[in-house]
Design a protein around this ligand. Structure first.
Ligand SMILES: [Zn+2]
Length: 431
């Protein structure tokens, strides 16, 4: 018989191999891989039981029936450390059960897949304030919301978002948010939710490249706890870029910009007026009552500039487009570059361009590369940054190979750089 620690190492390797197959959404990593190994011997049983308890995420429904032969079970309430709970199942009874029975609990994933009417139920999360082990149990969220129901607008009248008291005392590290195209203002509740949960890491995933969340500027002002921000398949307004960059603990930032907008700032604005106080200019509070999905270029209100609705050119297949530029935007972009240049905490930066919509994409005059001055300014900011280790850009830079060479020669901090299809790493020469 092999020594116990070797048996353990072998099963751990098998477990890790299995886990890599679930790398896309680790909350779904289950226990089926372990069943056969557990039957080999008593030691194998104990080792696999411990590994399942540590690595697997078990749906709370699994524990509905009480099993009288607990000692023969690989998964028990007492041993399991991670559980998945459907949002709709959250209740005071459930929390009491978690407190009494789940003695080893380390993390809870709240799952939701359905209509944006989830918004009406956010108060249920207040029950989780009653968790006994709030200091050690992390509550994370995997939410997928859509606007299937046409009756939303009617129901909305019963529900006053601004009056809900959400003061969460449990700890959330991560929110993973998938969203479909918004109808009416169905997603306003997300502002309340994210504000209340105050996560360290947040991922926004738009269901299609014609879907855009109209909350980013307000969300970017919410907290300074963000460490990791990821936007997939959606763009952020310039002011949100500015605000997110001010998060003092930010280490990983992935997003898209409307590069057509940034490029046009250089071509259409002659003077770089710097008499703006950007830290005060967007002192708006979130507008829960806003019902329309009206896009407009933000006016430069003294204390009330809001880019939640801002877009440039077009971003979807509808015919809506707008080429107006707020008077402060070029200055704001240069402030962003200044923040980027001097940023001390970002390790991973990933910027892509958002492809314009129908009105722009199919007009030949707009099929052009980015303004050269904009590219120089971006290169200057990145070359002088001393914190970024990994950089990926996917932008319409005219000569991305030269950009890469110049950056790799002038910045010695970056270990990995990818500019479109050209890659560089410290141990390799530029290709
Ligand atoms: Zn465009």
């Amino acid at each position: 018989m092999l020594p116990i620690y070797i048996q353990k190492t072998i099963i751990e390797l098998l477990c890790n191999q299995e886990k890599r197959r679930y790398k896309s959404r680790y909350t779904s990593f289950d226990y089926s891989w372990a069943k056969h190994y557990a039957l080999v011997s008593k030691h194998f049983f104990k080792i696999t039981k411990d590994l399942i308890a540590f690595h697997s995420f078990i749906d709370i429904g699994y524990f509905k029936k009480n099993n009288p032969y607990k000692e023969l079970c690989l998964i028990t309430k007492e041993s399991i450390q991670n559980i998945n709970i459907q949002f709709s199942l959250i209740s005071i009874e459930l929390v009491e059960s978690l407190n009494c029975d789940f003695k080893s609990l380390k993390s809870i994933n709240i799952l939701y897949y359905g209509d944006a009417w989830l918004g009406k139920s956010v108060f249920l999360l207040n029950h989780l304030n009653k968790l006994n082990s709030k200091d050690t149990v992390i509550v994370n969220f995997d939410l997928t919301i859509n606007c299937y129901l046409q009756i939303y607008e009617e129901k909305r009248k019963e529900f006053d978002l601004s009056s809900i008291d959400l003061s969460f005392t449990f700890n959330t590290h991560r929110i993973d948010l998938n969203y479909g195209t918004e109808r009416s203002r169905a997603y306003n509740f997300l502002y309340t939710l994210i504000k209340g949960l105050n996560p360290k890491s947040i991922r926004f995933q738009a269901s299609s490249d014609t879907t855009h969340l109209r909350l980013f500027h307000s969300l970017s002002k919410l907290n300074h706890r963000f460490e990791k921000i990821t936007l997939s398949n959606d763009f952020i307004p310039l002011y949100a870029f500015y605000r997110f960059l001010q998060s003092p603990n930010l280490t990983s930032f992935k997003f898209s910009i409307q590069s057509h907008f940034i490029s046009d700032l250089y071509e259409k604005i002659q003077e770089n007026n710097s008499n703006f106080n950007f830290d005060e200019m967007d002192n708006h509070s979130f507008d829960y009552e806003s019902k329309m999905l009206a896009f407009y270029p933000p006016a430069c209100f003294k204390n009330n500039t809001n880019e939640d609705e801002h877009f440039y050119c077009s971003f979807d297949c509808s015919r809506a487009y707008d080429f107006r530029i707020p008077i402060y935007s070029l200055s704001l972009w240069k402030e962003c570059l200044e923040l980027l240049k001097n940023h001390k905490t970002i390790k991973n930066l990933d910027i892509e361009h958002m492809v314009c919509g129908y009105q722009c994409t199919f007009q030949e005059k707009n099929e052009k590369t980015l303004n050269q001055h904009m590219v120089y300014d971006l290169l200057d900011a990145l070359a002088n940054n001393q914190s970024i280790k990994s950089l990926k850009l996917w932008l319409d830079i005219q000569d991305s190979h030269d950009f890469l060479l110049s950056l790799s020669q002038n910045n010695k901090t970056m270990r990995f750089i990818k500019i479109n299809k050209n890659e560089f790493s410290r141990s390799n020469k530029a290709q």
